[in-house]
Design a binder for this molecule. Structure first.
Ligand SMILES: [Zn+2]
Length: 261
């Protein structure tokens, strides 16, 4: 009898603890988790939504050093986060006012950053993030990667958080995933023609330097739809698409969701 009770107990504890992860525990990674529907899930101290099928999602920052603690129904799972090496990228010949913006555009930059931050803060119930992403530009050359330390006109700047696809101006851009357009701006100071999509649970993608934008805010877009064309608007040295992947305000590596490398 005692043995049976013990096995019953084991069954309960193991089933309530069932969880799988898709994605590697490396800096910059997008990680899709699956557990029992109705579970309470925390990533570090932050509670995250769980879909009716049990999916949840989170990401690891570029410089994440600590282990990540995933708490599911009060049980803790501790995962080590592996470090990456980032390269140094020098870009010269940029217009000086785009490297060190003049004071008269500070207000504009602040305002635009606020719009982007607001779009990234959306915590909707959409579940599009559970599906596989596709590459946004076919036959493009990867000309910039996530994490690189940037030196612009000899000045050390923010790391590069995007994945750059060099392509001819006017090349079609496809939506990487189903989503809802949360920002569509033709001419932001840094990012030029800019689109942001919400994919649910804080996962957003951002497309920048676009020449044409073919979608509107609030519109629901299907994966593979043509959303605009490649350009060199904003701070860009040549025609390319720079895509970003975010988990709320944490910038993730788009290559961790695309079949690249
Ligand atoms: Zn870029």
């Amino acid at each position: 009898m005692r043995v049976i009770i013990f096995f019953f107990f084991l069954l309960i504890t193991t089933t309530s603890f069932a969880v799988t992860f898709e994605g590697r525990f490396i800096q910059g990674s997008f990680i899709l988790g699956k557990t029992n529907p109705g579970s309470k899930v925390f990533i570090d101290k932050k509670q995250v939504k769980v879909t009716s099928e049990g999916f949840f999602v989170f990401g690891l920052s570029r410089d994440r050093k600590n282990d990540v603690v995933i708490t599911i129904n009060k049980k803790k799972i501790v995962k080590k986060v592996y470090k990456r090496k980032y390269n140094i990228q020098r870009i010269d010949g940029l217009e000086e006012k785009k490297v060190t913006p003049p004071e008269e555009v500070y207000e504009r930059i602040k305002r635009e950053n606020k719009w982007i931050g607001q779009a990234r803060a959306i915590n909707s119930d959409l579940t599009f993030f559970t599906k596989k992403f596709i590459t946004p530009v076919e036959n493009a050359i990867i000309s910039g990667v996530y994490g690189s330390q940037r030196i612009l006109n000899g000045k050390s700047k923010w790391p590069h958080y995007g994945l750059d696809f060099a392509a001819d101006e006017g090349t079609n851009i496809k939506a990487m995933l189903n989503g809802i357009v949360t920002l569509a701006e033709p001419d932001l100071f840094y990012t030029g023609g800019t689109l942001i999509f919400d994919h649910g649970h804080g996962i957003s993608t951002l497309y920048m330097h676009m020449k044409k934008i073919l979608v509107k805010e609030g519109q629901q877009i299907k994966q593979g739809d043509i959303i605009g064309t490649v350009g060199s608007t904003g701070r860009a040295t040549g025609a390319h698409l720079d895509v970003r992947l975010n988990w709320f305000q944490t910038r993730l590596d788009p290559a961790t969701v695309l079949d690249i490398k």
